[in-house]
Design a protein around this ligand. Sequence first.
Ligand code: ADP
Length: 259
Amino acid sequence: EGGGAEVAELRTAFNVMLTHIESSLAARTAANERLRRFVADASHELRTPLTSIRGYADLFRYAAANEPEEREAHLAKIREETARMSVLVDDLLLLARLDAHDAEPPVRPERVDVVLIVSGAADAFRVGRPSHPLSVAPGSSAPVFVDADPVRLRQIFDNLLANAAVHTPSGTRVGLSVSVVDSRAVIRVEDAGPGIAPEDQLRIFDRFFRVDNSRTRSAGGTGLGLSVVHSLVVEHGGTVDVASRPGRTVFTVQLPQAG
Ligand code: ADP
């Protein structure tokens, strides 16, 4: 009866193989669905500023030639929407390149001092967002080296700082700190704003997710900022997470310290 055992073994092997095929098919279907969703969302997001640009172009055309101020206002809107669109396109391209694991990756790591990058982001924030006082801790400290692309690293902190300002009332203090814990550079961006509901905290790193569509859209958000932050941090071998309750939101980025 040796043949029976062989058949049973074959059947087991066959079933294992089937299970593998099924689960890889399911994974592929899920990946396809994510891609389909992404393309649909991206098209929708691109269409929004395009529609506005077209609308303002029509308004410009219909505004009487002797109303230069009105025309100037329409042109300013066209510029604003165009700027928004180029941020969106840049973010989309960056995400696509990070996904693709290209031969030419969008991230070129080198040994950089996080403290220096963070203070650059802080200076730009102070100039660009005078509405939000910024505290940096510690004021000055020893360099903390990581292997990172300096431009992308700066982009991470610019994004988190911009969110802290955009999603909190004017005058709300924003905090920024760098420390080292267990050979990891730990950068915190915190604000005293309304916070993010626990159920939304799981989704804010998703592409195109916004907590309150109309409000953040009018504030110029694309819903891609935090997904770009997440993808960039992961590309650098780090982690990013959020802890939030009303009155206190903290984004923590951790990056491996350069050896
Ligand atoms: P957006 O371009 O809309 O800001 P993000 O990906 O940067 O997109 O953020 C996703 C959502 O997370 C935002 O729409 C906002 O609702 C929420 N969010 C992000 N940062 C904060 C913050 N510091 N405080 C409150 N909500 C925030």
